[in-house]
Design a protein around this ligand. Structure first.
Ligand code: FES
Length: 577
């Protein structure tokens, strides 16, 4: 083995293995020591002289949505080596929705800090981010945006659908639908157990247009993931090929120094919002995109979002807004096919990680073919974008509703508030037969916002009270300061800002108050005069929650509201809070 490189008297360039040397007060010795250690793993000087491509490996036994991570890492490495780079995979935090207590959103910012600091700390010229489950892609993009190292997002891909008694099923819209049937006593223990076996038919992310699929499409629309990379299912050859190409592109990025701030721009963020609206994407996508853009000082204004929503129809016919699954979206051409339809509404000069513009990538994707999943602008699934922004005295800082997945009959509704003070109160009373509630009432849940729960859990999908579910009630107007799963559907008002735990108006709603929802008029109103609201505020002042130590203290002291992306205030780009 040659030692020529390590004996060289020349100063190391600030790239490859020489980047970000550990401080010993002698840079030549730092590099000498680093190479000595890595050579313990059998590397040659030739390998160590190559551009170093980090691979953020979020494989974990607790994360079946990332169950194909080993195969993806192998394929990325192949792509990197074919292009002449040196692949180096490293672990970061991994978060799965069902294996994160108290809620995955509580940990998203921690994962973003882990990702940012590991990209900064270790010598890499570019990085491939392997994520997939809901919070992981946002966390990785937030971290990579802050770290400023060229980055490519690689999603793990969706799971396959299963079959229950001949009916196609997939997580997690069908999880909720069957659980609703079980709660309503339409099906029993034996059937719900059989359904449980079928909902998740393989590794990969949820098979509908939930948050994971939404963020996969958003990443592609941002230009930070390869064209066509959002939709291949986790267990397909297409997914492995995307991984190999991501590795190859990362080597080119290491040479071109195309950093995330040149890819994620005001134009690409707006392209991503258009795509989010056109896919009937998850409401969580708004929070995550706001947080990602906020790391680069790009505001996501709710008024602008609503304006885009009014002129961007839902075109992708996937559950929960429509009928198909992610693998169907892939077979229909995926995001490139959608971008072709949306082309008149997009900023075509936005740059992507391929080094080409969005317009050039659309032109390269070909003419398309007849299919039923991605509709033309002339025949949308839903005439407006999936998400509408509401304002009013109940939500001075805004609230949102996924109108494409709501009940049209409830879009204009006035009803009596039935209030639950927190998630514990909801769990204790929602199924009691003596709960005073009718189908026309408005269910209100407080204290599940960013600070309230804490971590803004997906508890905004309040269950229909059991006695009403048994009577056949499928939907009611529900309001909270929390989030809901992107796989859920219903007439559900979310992200009420400011949250109850900060003393927002929501904190002072009482059972018996009247609430009016008017989605067409974009308003959510508590029918109470200002003087009475002020009296209640004075009589019951709210003290925001605090903690003594640890990550919980950091979270409660610095987390922002939903309209700021629920990021920590000190992580957003300077000058913006
Ligand atoms: Fe991981 Fe749905 S639980 S994507």
């Amino acid at each position: 083995m040659s030692d020529d490189a390590s004996r060289s008297p020349k100063k190391p360039p600030a790239a490859g293995l020489s980047k970000g040397l550990t401080s010993y007060g002698d840079t030549d010795f730092s590099l000498f020591l680093r190479k000595a250690f890595i050579k313990g793993a059998g590397f040659t000087d030739d390998a160590l002289a190559r551009p170093v491509i980090g691979i953020a490996n979020t494989g974990s036994s607790f994360n079946p949505c990332h169950g194909n991570a080993p195969q993806l890492v192998e394929a990325v490495k192949r792509g990197v080596m074919l292009a002449g780079g040196l692949p180096m995979d490293f672990p970061t935090i991994s978060i799965h929705e069902s294996f994160a207590h108290p809620t995955s959103m509580f940990l998203r910012n921690l994962m973003s800090m882990d990702t940012e600091e590991m990209i900064r700390a270790q010598p890499m010229d570019a990085v491939v981010l392997i994520g997939g489950c809901d919070k992981t892609v946002p966390a990785q993009l937030m971290g990579a945006a802050s770290a400023g190292v060229p980055a490519v997002q690689l999603v793990t891909g969706s799971m396959l659908t299963g079959s229950h008694d001949g009916e196609r099923v997939g997580a997690c819209t069908d999880c909720r639908r069957y659980w609703g049937k079980y709660r309503a006593e339409e099906i029993g223990d034996a059937e719900i157990a059989r359904v449980n076996d079928q909902l998740v038919a393989s590794v990969g992310t949820c098979s509908v247009m939930g948050t994971a699929s939404t963020m996969a499409c958003v990443a592609e629309a941002l230009g930070i993931a390869l064209p066509g990379s959002a939709s291949p299912p986790a267990v397909t050859a297409d997914r492995i090929r995307v991984a190999e190409r991501s590795g190859t592109v990362a080597v080119a990025l290491a040479k071109s120094r195309l950093t995330p701030d040149r890819v994620i721009t005001e134009k690409s963020v707006e392209n991503a919002l258009r795509v989010l609206l056109a896919i009937g994407g998850s409401t969580n996508g708004i929070v995550h995109l706001t947080a990602i853009a906020g790391r680069l000082g790009i505001p996501v204004d709710l008024a602008r979002l609503d304006a885009l929503g009014r002129e961007t129809p839902v075109l992708v016919d996937l559950k929960p807004s429509g009928q198909w699954y992610m693998e169907d979206f892939h077979h229909a051409g995926g995001v490139p096919a959608l971008l072709r339809v949306l082309e008149p509404l997009l900023h075509l000069d936005a740059l992507t990680v391929t080094g080409r513009t969005m317009g050039e990538e659309i032109a390269a994707s070909g003419p398309g073919f007849p299919q039923e999943v991605i509709r033309p602008l002339s025949n949308p699934v839903y005439a407006q974008g999936g998400i509408a922004v509401l304002r009013g005295n109940l939500a001075p800082g805004g609230a949102i509703i996924k109108q494409s997945a709501a009940n049209p009959k409830l879009m204009q509704h006035e009803g009596r508030a039935v209030v639950f003070e927190n998630a514990g109160d909801l769990a204790a009373r929602i199924d009691r037969d003596d709960l005073d509630v009718t189908a026309d009432d408005v269910l209100v849940l407080k204290n599940i916002g960013p600070k309230g729960a804490p971590g803004m859990p997906e508890a905004g999908y309040l269950p229909i009270p059991k006695k009403l579910a048994r009577a056949g009630v499928k939907d009611m107007v529900r309001i909270s300061d929390g989030r809901m799963s992107g796989t859920a559907a219903g007439t559900i008002v979310l992200h009420v800002t400011p949250e109850a735990a900060l003393g927002g108006p929501l904190a002072h709603v009482r059972t018996g108050d009247r609430i009016r929802l008017d989605v067409a008029g974009r308003s959510i109103a508590l029918l109470l005069d200002d003087a009475e609201l002020e009296r209640r505020r004075a009589a019951h002042p709210v003290t925001p929650p605090t903690a003594e130590r640890g990550y919980l203290k950091l979270f409660l002291d610095t987390v922002t509201q939903a309209d700021q992306g629920v990021d920590f205030d000190f992580l957003r780009a300077p000058g913006r809070k």
